[in-house]
Ligand binder design. Structure first.
Ligand SMILES: C[S@@+](CC[C@H](N)C(=O)[O-])C[C@H]1O[C@@H](n2cnc3c(N)ncnc32)[C@H](O)[C@@H]1O
Length: 292
């Protein structure tokens, strides 16, 4: 009989026990800082079913032992695990009020200061950049702001994620129409080349400002290597972390930011009760933060 039809049934229907869920949750938390709430059991069973079937493993206990003790499995499996547990939902020009605040407040101020002092340099960190839509959006906004003056500036956008898959997509810079669902038409025609029916490639001048790399926000040593930033974007990432991990990640941002540096988190995310190292500023329809 095929392993798929073992006494625990088809792998897709292998149920995770509360004990197994708690063990797997600890492994995932230690790996990434992502904390799975109790109501995520069903999601785990769904997402892990194909992998368990591929490995011909019939229980979560066996899978957990494989993760913990099989030297062959370890590094490769941890990478696969990362792909299974991360949520990579994103789009170009996501959350327009925030991007407006970035353009009209943060960027305006940095440009005015740079022009005044002659130090024309802006460094931005997109932490949890997924497949690149966020850092490329920031690059487009900067192009729109600086226009012909861009050549006078040193702009660097460092874009990181824990997932290899999304970083590969980001480096390619090729997107379907779905990724552009919140992008103004004029920017699509100006900054993308339509390669195929509804397949769009971002132009090289937009790519040029962005450097992609793998970073686990749960690992201080890699976070500490990120160049100091004037602005950190970490949107829709800390929502998956528990309070302790949020504190750790925000300490990393605090240390990374220059004096009075700017921080943007997702519109449903808040720093309340997490850190008092930042001051909130209200804009139309959104909030930004500044290092105190
Ligand atoms: C929902 S996406 C957000 C993408 C983009 N910032 C946005 O708002 O559209 C969250 C991203 O955070 C990444 N992520 C989750 N945990 C991470 C960690 N510990 N270190 C680095 N990236 C992480 C995921 O891989 C995923 O691509």
């Amino acid at each position: 009989m095929s392993k798929l039809f073992s006494d625990r049934g088809f792998s897709g229907s292998i149920k995770i026990t509360p004990k197994e869920f708690s063990q797997l949750r600890d492994i995932i938390y230690d790996l990434s800082g992502i904390f799975l709430q109790d109501n995520r059991k069903f999601l785990v069973e769904n997402r892990f079913a194909p992998r368990l079937s591929e490995l011909q493993i019939n229980s979560y206990t066996d899978y957990i032992n494989f993760l913990k003790y099989d030297p062959k499995g370890k590094i490769e499996e941890f990478n696969l695990l990362t792909e299974l547990i991360t949520t990579n939902e994103t789009s170009f020009f996501r959350d327009n009020p925030q991007l407006k605040a970035f353009r009209d407040y943060t960027l305006r101020e940095l440009i005015d200061l740079g022009n005044k002092t002659g130090r024309r340099e802006i460094k931005i960190w997109s932490a949890g950049c997924s497949s690149g839509e966020e850092p490329y959006t920031l690059s487009i906004i900067i192009h729109e702001m600086l226009k012909n003056d861009l050549s006078k500036w040193r702009i660097r956008i460092t874009a990181n994620d824990i997932s290899n898959n999304v970083l590969e997509m980001a480096k390619k810079g090729i997107y379907t129409k779905y990724s552009l669902r919140t992008t103004p038409e004029e920017f699509i025609s100006k900054y993308f080349v339509e390669k195929d029916n509804e397949i769009f490639e971002i132009k090289p001048e937009i790519k040029r400002l962005v450097t992609f790399g793998k970073i686990n926000l749960n690992q201080d040593r890699s976070v500490n290597l990120v160049p100091k930033s004037h602005v950190v974007f970490c949107r829709n990432v800390i929502i998956y972390f528990d309070k302790e991990m949020k504190k750790k990640v925000l300490t990393g941002f605090y240390n990374n930011l220059v004096k009075e540096g700017h921080l943007y988190v997702g519109h449903s995310e808040s720093l309340h009760l997490i850190t008092d190292g930042f001051k909130a500023k209200q804009h139309v329809g959104t909030i930004s933060y500044r290092k105190i």
